[in-house]
Ligand binder design. Sequence first.
Ligand code: ADP
Length: 256
Amino acid sequence: TQEQTNFLEPLYRESSVKKVIGIVSGKGGVGKSMTTSLLAVAAMRKGLHTAILDGDVTGPSIPQAFGLHERLLGNAEGIIMPALTNFGIEVVSLNLMLEEETQPVIWRGPVVSDVVKQFWGKALWKDIDVMFVDMPPGTGEVPLTVFQSVPLDGIVVVATPQELVGMIVEKAVNMAKMMNIPVLGLIENMSYIKCPDCGKEIRVFGDSHIDEIAEKYQVPVLGKLPIDPKLTEACDNGLIENLENIYLDGVIDLLV
Ligand code: ADP
C-alpha cells in the first residue's frame, strides 16, 4: 500500500481529473468493459466531462463499443492525446496503440502497469470530472499492479449471478480493501432477461445473491443489468452512445 503514493505527477499543470473510479471483476467475460462504457455514457449524458482509461489489455472492448479505430501516438515528448468519441468522451486504450488491432498482448503485470502509469501521467487530461478505469479482470498480478498505477478514489465491482455464488466477488472486494481503496458498490450483470412478448423477467442464472454479499461487506448495490441483445448489438457496432436505454443513469449521482 505504501507504493500507492508512487504515481507519476501529471505533466501539465492544468491537467486535472476530479474523480477516478475503477471498474473491476473477479474474472473475464462478465461485462466489466460493457459496464465501464455504460457508466461513461451515463456520466456524459449528465453533462460531466468524462474519460475512460482502458487498462484491460485482454481485448479491445472499449474502443469497439465506441467505434474508435484511430491510432493513438505519443508526440516527441511522449504526450498522448486521448481519442474522442462521437459524444465527447475522452479515451486512452492500449488497444488503440497497437500496430495491428488483432495483435495479442501478452505483457506481464509490471509492463501493463507501466503502460497504465503512462496513460495516467502522460495523456493530456484537461478538466475531467470523472474518469472510469477499465481494470484488468481477476485478482492476480496484473490487476494488482494496475491498482498501484492509478490513484483510484474507489472501485465498482461487476459480477454475474454465478460469480456471486462463489468466492470470486468477495476476493475482488477484499483485494480492494487490502489496498485501502473504497468499494463504492456492486453491479450485477446478466441478472435476468425480459421476455419480449409478456415482459416477464426470467432469472437465467438462478436467484440473485447480490443483496447478501452487499450486506456482508456493507456496500451498496448500484444496479442490476439484464441480458439485453440491444446492448450486445450496440457494442458490436460501436454505437453504445446511441442506445436509448443504458440502465445505469441513476448510478452516477451515487458515484460522483
Ligand atoms: P469483460 O469486460 O468482463 O470481459 P465485456 O464487457 O467485454 O466483458 O462483455 C463480454 C461480452 O458480453 C461482450 O460481447 C458484451 O457485448 C456482452 N455483454 C455483456 N453484458 C451484456 C448484457 N447485459 N447484455 C447483453 N450482452 C452483454
